[in-house]
Design a protein around this ligand. Structure first.
Ligand code: ARG
Length: 571
């Protein structure tokens, strides 16, 4: 089915087009009327005519008679009020639509680079945002009908592996596996580091080991793989705990691109893009300069002949375009890597590896802060383990559940506590505009009131309980949506706006937009539920209200699932 938004937009777009080919209106839900169309002012400017005149002409030309009444407001806004018949038809169509008005898009291939922890290093709060935002985007794109290829660009290569392998040999393989498999990654890493800094023979062994690793020495590779496999097993436990869709097949770490690095350098050289600078081989993409205005290099091969982070990222772009046929590549990576990624994209474009039609986007995000508004750390000043955070959230959720009487047994209660904890953590992250920092405040996050994940879950659970109390299965037969009460109409309009909420999220790669929508929907439901008795009403009115409840429950459930959040039926 066509969404309400599309139905309104099409005739407006056609009318705009008759005045200026290609001119586009922007349509959004609004308190003034039901929808407001913008874009008249820009069009009028182009035409050199008074905006209100242009607005009136659009109203005359747009074929909206069956859909909405239109009013010209302010300097040239169009306020649209939906016709009751349109609302009726659209809601009836939604009742029979599993996708709630979200059409299946013509499939594009979207590669999403996210999470990307480093081997033999703990997953800490710094990986939370990439993992949670990336996974939400992956789920949203999949639901919209796209082919999503997740790429977990794990840091599994580079000079630290020399000391890590030597440390592994020192402690013994079994010992090392035992401590890594329980996720004791940081102390392993730290112990290796301490020796490296203090012990010269160890340092020499480590350096020799890096050379052996790079030259493909079989035994060294075997030891390296132990570190990689153990770490990935551990990362997967964290993903399972968080309910993140990344699987072991999505791990395509830096080492994967080793075999392609020679070609990257040779081809850049062949294209005449390589410049020798201080013994390193670099590309200077135009437009990148430091504060003094000097051109900035992207270092592809270091002075010691080794390849760096940039080289594997170049190979990765190439691989994603050539082998995966990506139409779009999203990098959900922290803001500090902005310049690195922009330079990689620029060099890939220069080299012809990233054709113009392939969109490449750095989806940045801000920091997670502690209560003191500084980087989130433990009291001892250490980085906060991701598992520790989730465990703590589960404990809080379980504690607040113990004060409720929801009729669940111990096991059900524990499962629910986990679902609530994930919702709390993910929603707090996703509901912040991703470029902003946010304060990690578990008490606020797990609360059932306010703009929180558990609040949305609770709204869904309340809806489910209405249908449970109904006693018999409810099937919409022929529902008439009179929408006499204001709260009913408000709720109905929000239900119709689900497709554009998702669309808006895609335009800006902001799951935040979907969060804002769902929170607004839940609030409208609460207002409706306070004012409009459902089970106590009778006849067609009861069916109308049950239908609104059914649609709200399904919208919340699908919307939350796109954010990676479960919608339990009982809380
Ligand atoms: N492992 C890197 C880090 O921890 C992030 C990798 C991001 N992805 C990429 N293609 N560079 O900083």
């Amino acid at each position: 089915m066509a969404s309400t938004y599309e139905l309104l937009l099409a005739p407006l777009r056609a009318a705009f087009d008759t005045l200026e080919p290609g001119a586009d209106p922007v349509l959004r839900t609004s308190e003034h009327g039901d929808y407001q169309a913008n874009g008249v002012m820009a069009l009028a400017k182009k035409l050199g005519r008074p905006p209100r005149d242009v607005a009136r002409e659009i109203v005359d030309r747009a074929d909206l008679a069956d859909l909405a009444s239109v009013e010209v407001a302010g300097p040239g806004f169009l306020n649209l009020t939906l016709r009751p018949t349109l609302i009726q038809d659209q809601l009836s169509a939604l009742l029979g639509d599993d996708r709630l008005g979200i059409e299946v898009a013509p499939a594009r291939t979207i590669v999403i680079d996210y999470s990307a922890p480093n081997v033999a290093k703990e997953m800490h709060v710094g990986h939370l945002r990439s993992t949670v935002i990336g996974d939400a985007l992956a789920r949203m794109y999949r639901f919209a009908g796209h082919r999503v290829i997740a790429r977990n660009h794990v840091g599994d290569w580079g000079t630290p592996f020399g000391m890590l392998i030597e440390h592994l040999l020192d402690v013994g393989e079994d010992e090392a596996v035992a401590s890594l498999s329980i996720g004791d990654l940081d102390s392993f890493y730290r112990a290796a580091r301490v020796k490296f800094d203090a012990d010269d023979p160890f340092k020499d062994r480590s350096r020799a080991r890096v050379v052996a690793l790079q030259s493909g020495d079989v035994e060294t590779r075997r030891l390296w793989k132990i570190l990689v496999d153990q770490s990935i097993t551990y990362f997967n436990q964290v993903y399972a705990l968080l309910d993140v869709t990344l699987s072991p097949e999505d791990v395509v770490g830096e080492s994967h691109y080793n075999a392609m690095l020679g070609a990257v350098v040779a081809d850049l050289d062949g294209l005449g893009l390589l410049v020798e600078s201080d013994g390193a081989r670099c590309v200077f993409p135009p437009g990148f300069t430091n504060r003094d205005g000097d051109a900035l290099p992207l270092i592809v091969q270091k002075r010691d002949e080794g390849y760096g982070y940039a080289a594997s990222d170049l190979a990765a772009v190439r691989d994603r375009v050539e082998a995966l046929h990506a139409d779009e590549i999203l990098y959900v990576v922290g803001a500090p890597q902005a310049q690195h990624l922009e330079m990689v994209f620029a060099v890939a474009r220069l080299a012809g590896w990233l054709p113009e039609h392939v969109r490449c986007e750095h989806v940045t995000f801000g920091n997670v802060l502690g209560a003191d508004r500084k980087m989130f750390k433990t009291r001892g000043g250490e980085t906060v383990k991701l598992v520790g955070l989730v465990d703590e959230a589960i404990e809080r959720a379980a504690a607040s559940l113990r004060q409720r009487d929801n009729g669940l047994d111990g096991e059900g209660q524990q499962r629910l506590a986990t679902q609530i904890a994930r919702a709390a953590i993910k929603y707090a992250d996703l509901s912040t505009e991703r470029q902003h920092d946010y304060v990690f405040d578990l008490d606020r996050m797990v609360a059932f009131e306010g703009d929180t994940g558990p609040y949305l879950q609770y709204a869904h659970a309340r809806l489910c309980s209405i249908f449970r109390r109904l006693g018999a299965p409810w099937r919409p037969v022929h529902v008439t949506f009179g929408l006499d009460a204001l709260q009913e109409r408000n709720l109905a309009l929000a239900l119709l706006a689900f497709p554009e909420a998702l669309e808006m999220s895609f335009v800006t790669f902001q799951p935040h937009r979907l969060c804002v929508y769902l929170f607004d929907l839940a609030q409208r439901f609460t207002a409706f539920y306070d004012a409009c008795p459902v089970l106590a009403s009778t006849g067609p009115l009861r069916d109308e209200r049950l239908a609104l409840c059914d649609l709200t429950a399904r919208t919340l459930s699908i919307g939350l699932s796109m954010l990676g959040i479960d919608a339990p039926e009982q809380m």
